[in-house]
Design a protein. Structure first.
Length: 342
């Protein structure tokens, strides 16, 4: 096997088609739609190989920039919903830094992605370029399936040519486009992408454009300015929930599942974590470790039941009881820990 020396962890999943029958000529970056480490993603794909879920990628990059191997480069991973693409492409799952909005990735993750792709291109003689078609050397998942992967942030990097330019520069063959440290977006809420009325490098210019009912958000989705007297929405844990509400949860403790000593369990083929405050097991991919975790540092690795997590932003499909709602992810949770945008 000939994997990148930049990877610091390897846990090979059984989810692959064996040795490639095509030469590696392209790269396909994907997004996790989760805030995970590369290690956690590789561990997840390893478990998928045991429980029958057909998903994998060659590499996984975490929000902090760590790189893990899930499927050796010599083998074809199951990533892009396309046999032909995955036979020729090295596929890479990259953690998001925020779930929602533009689905951005962190500067650390982007730097590692660029470095990894530069290494792959050097070793396989690839000249990376986005052509807009599936035969190009830089492809996207949405070319082959009805999916939003990658999200707006990474899609713009790819289609604008910025990503290929940055990879070429990292190979010592060009100059990277200067990267702005910040871009301020004016929206009603971070998750309401369609409400955006502008994006500015200058915070002062963003503030000038920000009227009543809007806020200025930084690249990570944090509201950094809301006009005085504005009716911009805020998170409210005391709100009475209704159909269509945007919700997320406060920090919640995890606990061993009934008749087990482990908070991580498999339910109907899905890896879940038991969160009593939310009513029981919820998919592991739908939570992130909270800032006030008691499980050492915040690394999204739930090593023991001291860890605390929060439910990532989602929608209420329907109110199913006095203290229960069904989420657009297909399951019910208790309303106690949920906050709604009001």
């Amino acid at each position: 096997m000939a994997n990148s020396s930049l990877a610091t962890y390897r846990k090979a999943t059984a989810n692959h088609s064996g040795r490639r029958i095509k030469k590696i000529t392209k790269i396909t970056p994907h997004e996790m739609a989760a805030v995970w480490t590369g290690k956690r993603c590789a561990d997840y794909f390893y478990d998928c190989g045991i429980n029958g879920r057909q998903a994998s990628s060659n590499y996984c990059i975490g929000y902090g920039g760590d790189i893990a191997v899930s499927v050796d480069e010599d083998n074809r991973a199951w990533t892009s919903s396309s046999y032909d693409n995955d036979q020729a492409a090295v596929t890479i799952e990259v953690s998001n830094s925020v779930c929602g909005g533009d689905w951005p990735i962190s500067p650390e993750a982007y730097k590692s992605l660029v470095s990894l792709c530069a290494d792959i291109c050097k070793r396989h003689g690839i000249k990376l370029a986005y052509t807009g078609g599936p035969s190009g050397s830089l492809t996207m998942h949405k070319m082959f399936a009805s999916t939003a992967c990658p999200g707006p942030y990474m899609e713009h990097k790819i289609t604008s040519g910025d990503f290929a330019r940055d990879v070429t520069a990292a190979m010592g063959q060009g100059t990277a486009k200067p990267v702005s440290n910040q871009l301020y977006r004016v929206r009603k809420t971070w998750s309401d992408v369609k409400s955006q009325i502008g994006a500015y490098k200058s915070l002062e210019n963003a503030k000038k454009a920000c009227g009543k009912g809007y806020s200025v958000f930084d690249k990570d989705g944090k509201a950094v300015y809301t006009p005085s007297g504005s009716t911009a929405k805020k998170w409210d844990q005391n709100a009475t929930l209704k159909d269509g509400d945007t919700v997320m949860s406060v920090s919640c403790a995890i606990a061993p599942y009934k008749n087990t000593g482990n908070a991580i369990v498999w339910i109907d083929g899905v890896q879940c974590v038991n969160v009593p405050d939310l009513g029981g097991p919820v998919p592991l991919s739908d939570v992130s470790e909270a800032a006030d975790t008691g499980d050492g540092k915040k690394d999204d690795y739930l090593a023991n039941t001291k860890a605390r997590v929060f439910l990532l932003q989602c929608k209420v499909d329907s109110v199913t009881g006095k203290n229960k709602v069904k989420l657009n992810r297909g399951y019910e949770v208790l309303t106690g820990p949920l906050m709604a945008l009001r």
